[in-house]
Design a protein around this ligand. Sequence first.
Ligand code: AMP
Length: 191
Amino acid sequence: MRIIFMGPPGAGKGTQAQRVAARYGIPAISTGDIFRSNVSAGTELGVKAQQYMDAGEYVPDEVTNLMVRDRIDEPDAAPGFLLDGYPRTLAQVEELDGMIRHTGHKLDAAVVLTADDEELVRRLLARAESDGRADDTEEIIRRRQEVYNEQTAPLIDDYRERGVLVEVDGMGEIDEVTARIFAALEGVSES
Ligand code: AMP
């Protein structure tokens, strides 16, 4: 299975992505997590990414695309993968299409978690208190929402037209949302 996960910041993509990936026996690849671990380790990639992340902006496409390309080439991603937080721009959509085409497969599902922006700000501010992410101040959270709404939300239509869009209400208990996603993916088979 080849699945992507989209949704505004704080919609619970990471948690749900892990569960879905485990169910299908594929790796959950979170570009945000890869960037954060590179920032912590002080790698060259981390140095390039940090200023954008701290400001709530997207890391440039060239940097992000190269990183995803390398990760997808790893052997564990050969049977399939779930991308959490990628693609987020039109250039990334095109890059991913090329990467998947190259493997002779197709994208099976684009899962979008929908959620209310104000509720998300509340959730993210609560998370900031518990794990203290550098990009979890109210100003940066709102900037991340704006960037998502401007650059990423418009991509959803493209996946709808391709017939691979799986839209799921991301509000409610974590288990409830997982059940909704599993049910929505029931009819999706690997191509
Ligand atoms: P996330 O944990 O998915 O919210 O990502 C945290 C931050 O990492 C984002 O605010 C961006 O700065 C950066 N990032 C993650 N994924 C991407 C992507 N696909 N394109 C550009 N920047 C990204």
